[in-house]
Write a protein of this length. Structure first.
Length: 232
């Protein structure tokens, strides 16, 4: 899966053009709109790879891509509401206890706040595991509501293919962070110009792996249910 994921962004005759466009969107991410467009493109990658397409989708139909990006942002925010609200409440309770002037209150409220933060950390962990599958379902069905049909995602979430697709990005992120840090340092900052292309490349590869796992488990790319796992 890792080998396929890393080669996927370079597939096709338009690879260079895609990387240039994706890099420019990342360069302009401070304008917000480019980020939404980029997210919309990554949603397309999820759908394309889930269907087994060998090449990344093209940058076209920009209006539709922007809408796809908005849908993706909306789904991610809705799933993130509970964990982030829990974090906010937990921190507020802990700070309230610290400012109460009572050691007993500080201990009790501090403990409650700490427990809340631990629970919110677990919720964020589950969120990170669930959201890619939810976004892929949204992408392949072209329906925001599909992203919240969690019951339909059980087979995907419990599959080894999806677990591998979820774990591999941690390895990639560690390697990429190390490489980009060294690159920036040895070039006295000039290497920072290469960070957006690298980030775009990695994002496309990671989203491909999520979409590919979804397609394998659901049989979307082969027409039959698959339980085998590719070697990394």
């Amino acid at each position: 899966m890792l080998e396929d994921g890393l080669s996927y962004p370079l597939a096709g005759d338009s690879a260079l053009g895609r990387i240039v466009i994706g890099s420019l969107l990342l360069f302009g991410s401070f304008l917000v709109v480019p980020v939404i467009l980029l997210f919309g493109y990554l949603v397309r990658v999820l759908a394309s790879s889930a269907h087994g397409d060998p090449e990344p989708p093209a940058f076209d139909d920009w209006g539709e891509m922007f809408v796809d990006g908005l849908k993706g942002v909306a789904v991610t925010l809705v799933y993130g509401i509970v964990p982030f609200l829990l974090i906010g409440v937990s921190v507020a309770i802990g700070l309230g206890g610290a400012g109460s002037g009572s050691d007993a209150a500080a201990g009790i409220l501090g403990g409650i706040g700490l427990l809340g933060i631990l629970l919110s950390s677990v919720a964020l962990f589950l969120l990170y595991y669930l959201v890619p599958a939810a976004l892929t379902k949204m992408a392949v069905e072209d329906s925001v509501g599909a992203a919240f049909a969690v019951g339909d995602l059980t087979d995907v979430l419990l599959s080894v293919d999806y677990l591998v697709a979820w774990l591999v990005p941690f390895v990639i992120a560690f390697v990429v962070q190390a490489v980009t840090t060294v690159l920036v340092l040895v070039t006295f900052g000039l290497g920072a110009l290469l960070v957006p292309p690298i980030q775009f490349y990695v994002n496309v590869a990671v989203f491909y792996m999520f979409g590919r796992a979804f397609g394998k488990v659901t049989g979307m790319d082969t027409g039959q249910q698959s339980t085998a796992t590719e070697a990394i």
